[in-house]
Design a binder for this molecule. Structure first.
Ligand code: GTP
Ligand code: MG
Length: 419
């Protein structure tokens, strides 16, 4: 059991955007101070992500402190970020703080994953140099000293590598070696300028200068935090230090096929990131797709009602069509309000606001109908020379879909300042 005083040392995990801030500049007072008083800075903060590493955490902390107490006395911190492990790793780590004052422990709930755990740890860190090491002793702690040395000699990033002199893997199966190299090759093909900068882009053992990654929003997926650092950081000189990836002695691996899928996803996101974000900012694609799907549901409603009113009940065609179209518009409004633009409707609750949106939506759709007829006529008569009426109608529908979407986006579900 841990004591009450130890429990008080337990830290909650930073929240908000995944972003590292610069440390406060004592001369100008600018930097992380916006978030509160700046704590004194240290040379090194080492994040240790853990998930069910209860048996490893003790020996690891012991080896790390033995090394760093000599290399950086009182000038480093170890930050365990535990994702609320079922084996209570965080409690075991907390118990170690009694003999290890440099140790900090964060218990994270509500968020999971190796890469984001590392960033959360760095967000709460006070070091000028930010590092990461696995908790299962597969990364030999002694290599830290060389990594630190490389940074002190001017590198922005120092990577523990299995693929340079002095590096390797201990007893990996052929399948694992092939998968690891295969993943690296895919990375080189998709993202040569990022992945190609280091010999071991899959490494989870490295240190980076805070200044080189402070600022940009980070968005890592899966296990490969180094990709994110290389892809989004402003990384100048890079050093590599060989190390032999040890066999896990205790606890179980958390690697599954999921990590390989996440890796490809991460590569694609970094590759397309810039272009995709720009496009997304200019055109809200996801909303448009939803709007289109809702529109299709409206066509079904319209058709079914027209059939019921006209063919089954024998109503005149025009009257049936007007009612069917209006019900379809109501159907579309309901789904767009609840799904396509749900985030905006949430900000503008209440019946008066909803009725206002419905009225605008109705007007835009009616205007769209008039436009539809006009465009159909122009294309059919002037462009296609009175041929291909259905092709002309398809084009008219496409034009009006954009019209409806854009006007409703700008008028009906406009983002207003809500007090
Ligand atoms: N906080 C946190 N840590 C994690 C999570 N998944 C893995 N870890 C930790 O990240 C480190 C690396 O995970 P491992 O499962 O050992 O992955 P690996 O070293 O690539 O693979 P193995 O050789 O199979 O061990 C270990 O310290 C894990 O405890 C997670 O979801 N959250
Ligand atoms: Mg491991």
């Amino acid at each position: 059991m841990i004591s009450q005083s130890q429990l008080q040392k337990l830290e909650s995990c930073p929240g908000g955007p995944l972003q590292i801030l610069p440390l406060v500049d004592s001369a100008t007072g600018l930097g992380a101070g916006e978030q509160g008083l700046a704590p004194p800075t240290l040379t090194l903060s080492l994040a240790i992500p853990t998930y069910n590493e209860g048996k490893n955490i003790g020996p690891l902390i012991q080896r790390l402190t033995a090394l760093l107490d000599v290399a950086l006395p009182n000038d480093y911190e170890l930050i365990v970020v535990d994702d609320d492990s079922s084996d209570l790793t965080w409690q075991q780590a907390l118990a170690l703080t009694a003999t290890c004052p440099q140790l900090r422990v964060m218990r994270r709930r509500g968020e999971r994953g190796l890469s984001s755990a590392v960033i959360r740890g760095w967000q709460g860190a006070r070091g000028q140099v930010l590092g990461v090491i696995d908790a299962d002793l597969q990364h030999p702690p002694e290599v830290l000293i060389d990594l630190l040395g490389a940074i002190q000699q001017g590198a922005d990033l120092a990577v523990g590598s299995r693929h340079v002199d002095g590096g390797g893997v201990s007893e990996w199966s052929l399948t694992r070696r092939v998968l690891s190299r295969g993943a690296q090759t895919v990375g080189l093909l998709l993202l040569p300028r990022v992945v190609g900068r280091v010999s071991d882009p899959m490494s989870g053992y490295f240190m980076v200068r805070r200044a080189a990654i402070a600022g940009p929003l980070l968005n890592p997926k899966g296990y490969k935090i180094l990709l994110e650092v290389l892809g989004r950081g402003n990384i100048g000189p890079i050093a590599e230090v060989g190390y032999v990836f040890q066999e896990r002695q205790e606890g179980a691996s958390k690697v599954t096929w999921r990590q390989y899928i996440d890796y490809i996803h991460h590569l694609l996101r970094l590759r397309l990131g810039g272009q995709f974000m720009q496009l997304h900012q200019r055109f809200p694609m996801q909303r448009f797709v939803r709007f289109g799907l809702v529109g299709l549901s409206g066509v079904v409603v319209d058709m079914v009602l027209l059939y019921l009113l006209h063919s089954t009940l024998g109503w005149p065609l025009t009257r049936s069509k007007i009612l069917a179209a209006e019900v379809a518009i109501l159907n579309n409004f309901f789904w767009n309000d609840a799904w396509t633009f749900a985030d905006i409707s949430m900000l503008q609750r209440g019946w008066p606001a909803r009725l206002k949106r419905l009225l605008k939506f109705n007007l835009v759709c009616l205007a769209g109908l008039v436009l539809n007829v006009l465009v159909l006529n122009v294309i059919y008569n002037l462009v296609f020379g009175q041929r291909w009426a259905y092709a002309a109608n398809l084009i008219a529908i496409a034009v009006v879909t954009f019209w409806n979407f854009w006007l409703n986006l700008k008028l009906s579900w406009r983002v207003t300042q809500v007090k």
